[in-house]
Design a protein around this ligand. Structure first.
Ligand SMILES: [Ca+2]
Ligand SMILES: [Ca+2]
Length: 96
């Protein structure tokens, strides 16, 4: 019975630990200096296939983390299309 209790306490501590670790999560990562992204979609799309891959994005914005692309990629397919790019610019008050 005591062993069971210890097990329960351990399990509870693990759950609480995970809960605490997950607490400071932010709903959406903020994008620093969105003005830096005021460039044409065509400039980003190096190979001109109509999509900006993470490699193309990193090439143009090496200082940006992968989270930036994920934030912009609203469809979640891992690449940015023209509409997503413009939606991002519009959401940050950038027009070009
Ligand atoms: Ca491309
Ligand atoms: Ca996408």
């Amino acid at each position: 019975m005591v062993t069971m209790l210890k097990f329960m306490i351990c399990a509870l501590m693990v759950v609480v630990g995970i809960g605490c670790a997950g607490a400071p999560r932010q709903p959406a990562p903020a994008i620093e200096n969105p003005g830096e992204y005021n460039i044409c979609f065509r400039e980003l799309d190096a190979d001109g296939n109509g999509e900006v891959s993470s490699a193309e994005f990193q090439q143009r914005f090496p200082q940006a983390g992968g989270d930036v692309l994920k934030t912009m990629d609203t469809s979640g397919d891992g690449v940015l299309d023209h509409a997503e790019w413009h939606a991002f610019l519009a959401a940050h008050g950038i027009s070009h």
